[in-house]
Design a protein around this ligand. Structure first.
Ligand code: SF4
Ligand code: SF4
Length: 285
């Protein structure tokens, strides 16, 4: 399959993530990279121009980085691609580059608004909308897994934000090794601690964000919450937000509760949980 990796307004974090894929070498048997910023010798804009002029198609266009609303070449490339993947939060929602500039957006969205570079009803040559791999960065397995699905002729089922359900249908909280602490409302005493949950004081967005970070581990061994740092919710449209390391509270109740939990239910259950938390969960660590 012919792949073109286009870089726009980006810190290159998704390129780093992709290059960190454990079996990168095996991909070159399945995919021909017409251009990748770290693998190609030619300049990107020159290659884009040549490709558009040649009239030849692309199987997968991967866009990394936010785009400007007047980018003609990016639109042209999207038209000739069988599938388009937006990789990382900048390409999906605009993210940091869009914060201070109204003319910057993602391919389909500008934060939660459906006003990205492409028309709302955009479909690639293969008949699919843009496949969005949100995250800052997206996990290498999400990128490669999506590419392989397309190469095998399997079109991924997408959620309401255009993300493959196979990677984004569960919360980051799922599979976190701190779930028992969460249930009994035992809080971490400090960042990096092996014990305690990071939801109550340290701003963990695990119960509010969709990602498979705790089921498909990073570098096959770890995740933010396993390392003792909160999930920042980097797969959602409202990333980045202020106060990443703290839980905003009103009268001792988190301003944002886990998805699906009512305020009443939270108050009733958390009070009881804290009161009866097993001694073995408390202590040093
Ligand atoms: S640290 Fe975060 S993801 Fe882990 S159990 Fe607590 S709230 Fe959930
Ligand atoms: S744990 Fe949270 S902040 Fe970290 S990569 Fe996963 S979704 Fe993003």
């Amino acid at each position: 399959m012919r792949v073109f990796w286009l870089q726009r307004l980006t810190c290159c974090g998704n390129t780093h993530s992709f290059l960190n894929y454990e079996s990168l070498h095996t991909l070159f048997k399945r995919f021909e990279f017409l251009y990748h910023p770290s693998l190609s010798l030619k300049a990107q804009e020159e290659t884009v121009e040549e490709l558009i002029k040649s009239g030849e198609g692309i199987d997968i266009l991967i866009v990394e980085g936010a785009v400007r609303t007047d980018e003609v070449e990016t639109r042209e490339l999207c038209k000739i691609a069988k599938y388009v993947i937006a990789v990382g939060n900048c390409a999906v929602y605009g993210n940091i580059p869009a914060l201070a500039d109204e003319t910057v957006c993602g391919l389909s969205y500008r934060f939660k608004e459906r006003r990205g570079l492409l028309d709302k009803d955009f479909k690639s040559r293969g008949g699919m909308p843009v496949i969005n791999l949100s995250g800052c960065p997206a996990h290498p397995e999400w990128i490669v897994g999506t590419m392989l699905m397309l190469a095998e002729g399997m079109e991924p089922e997408l959620d309401q934000w255009g993300r493959p359900k196979v990677f984004y249908s569960s919360l980051t909280h799922w599979g976190c090794t701190r779930n028992e602490y969460f249930e009994w409302k035992v809080e971490a005493e400090e960042l990096g601690s092996k014990r305690g949950c990071l939801f109550y004081h340290f701003g963990c967005r695990g119960p509010l964000s969709y990602s498979s970070c705790n089921t498909i581990l990073w570098n096959e061994v770890s995740s933010k919450t396993r390392a003792g740092t909160p999930c920042f919710g980097c797969t959602e449209y409202d990333f980045p937000r202020l106060g990443l390391w703290e839980t905003k509270q009103y009268a001792g109740i988190p301003a944002e509760l886990p998805i699906g939990v009512s305020k009443r239910g939270y108050i009733m259950l958390s009070g009881i949980a804290k009161m009866f938390a097993p001694e073995r969960l408390k202590g040093e660590g």
